[in-house]
Design a protein around this ligand. Structure first.
Ligand code: SF4
Ligand code: SF4
Ligand code: SF4
Length: 275
């Protein structure tokens, strides 16, 4: 009983993903969904378990387990475009498959529960960016957030144009779009990280997925909260935050609140255990 209590968070995460896995397996009559979501659930539950044991690289382990699986296995080996272009593609073809399911679970409805956990633990773009040297931003935010609307519109226009022009073999084009899109994301992400001295500059200014993630995560069930009675306003949480969130403000409107990726750096570094 004591052991169950100690690992309760890991068990809840695992059961949450298992519910999605079994539901999709039975409704879609496809065992892939059972294996896919079970693997992701196990990876995240392992991360939560390692975090509870204070393992320093718990989050990085999950990032690599899930990110590499999605990038290499689903993307490169299975040929599924799991990026935003793939989402538009499946949406336009009217099928609830691959990227549409991925977006629904990880990026549209999931954030109502776990906020931007996707960005902290699973994204294969950030998986690489987080290896770069600028873990916490040393400069104030730039007014470049409008760029995300440009990339969002560009992805939509690109796929819509393929459909309107009735281009043949769009599936093949989607595979190449996945390769080229990822290469571009990594190139721009790394260049921006060095230019802004901020690993997460791409996430803050360019990533089109944030158009879904930010409004949905505003309502997130799981949020980091501050115990005002314990907080001594030392500002350490703010200094270690990669996303410039004012986590001492408990309101949903807190500064950069929809940017929190639940990385737990603030929690780990708070000297008063106030978070
Ligand atoms: S903002 Fe975009 S690139 Fe950054 S972690 Fe989230 S989904 Fe990945
Ligand atoms: S690190 Fe902890 S004590 Fe310091 S300001 Fe943040 S919440 Fe308060
Ligand atoms: S440091 Fe805290 S507030 Fe900042 S992104 Fe990580 S979990 Fe969120």
């Amino acid at each position: 009983m004591k052991r169950i209590k100690k690992n309760l968070h890991s068990i809840i995460v695992f059961l949450l993903f298992e519910t999605v896995a079994v539901t999709l397996w039975l409704t879609k009559d496809n065992i892939f969904y059972l294996l896919n979501f079970s693997y992701i659930g196990c990876s995240i539950a392992l991360g939560v378990f390692l975090y509870s044991r204070k393992y320093k690289y718990a989050r990085r382990v999950v990032q690599l387990l899930v990110g590499l699986y999605m990038l290499v296995y689903l993307g490169l080996i299975c040929g599924e475009n799991m990026q935003i272009e793939g989402f538009w593609y499946y949406l336009f073809t009217g099928v609830f498959e691959a990227a549409t399911i991925h977006y629904a679970v990880a990026k549209i409805f999931g954030p109502l529960i776990f906020g931007r956990g996707w960005c902290g633990y699973a994204c294969w773009t950030a998986m690489i960016l987080d290896f770069l040297p600028y873990k916490t931003p040393s400069q104030p935010r730039k007014r470049l957030g409008w760029l995300r609307y440009v990339t969002f519109a560009a992805s939509l226009i690109f796929v819509a144009a393929l459909f309107l022009a009735k281009v043949g073999n769009i599936e093949r084009i989607m595979f190449w779009a996945f390769l080229i899109g990822n290469a571009a994301y990594y190139a721009v992400g790394i260049a921006l990280a060095f230019a802004c001295k901020d690993n997460r500059a791409f996430c803050k200014y360019v990533c089109p997925v944030t158009i879904f993630l930010k409004p949905m995560s505003y309502f997130a069930l799981f949020r980091i909260k501050c115990d005002k009675d314990k907080c001594v306003s030392c500002g350490k949480c703010r200094r270690v935050c990669p996303m410039d969130v004012d986590v001492t403000d408990n309101s949903r409107r807190r500064k950069n609140g929809t940017e929190c990726i639940l990385c737990m750096e603030c929690v780990k570094n708070c000297p008063k255990n106030a978070l």
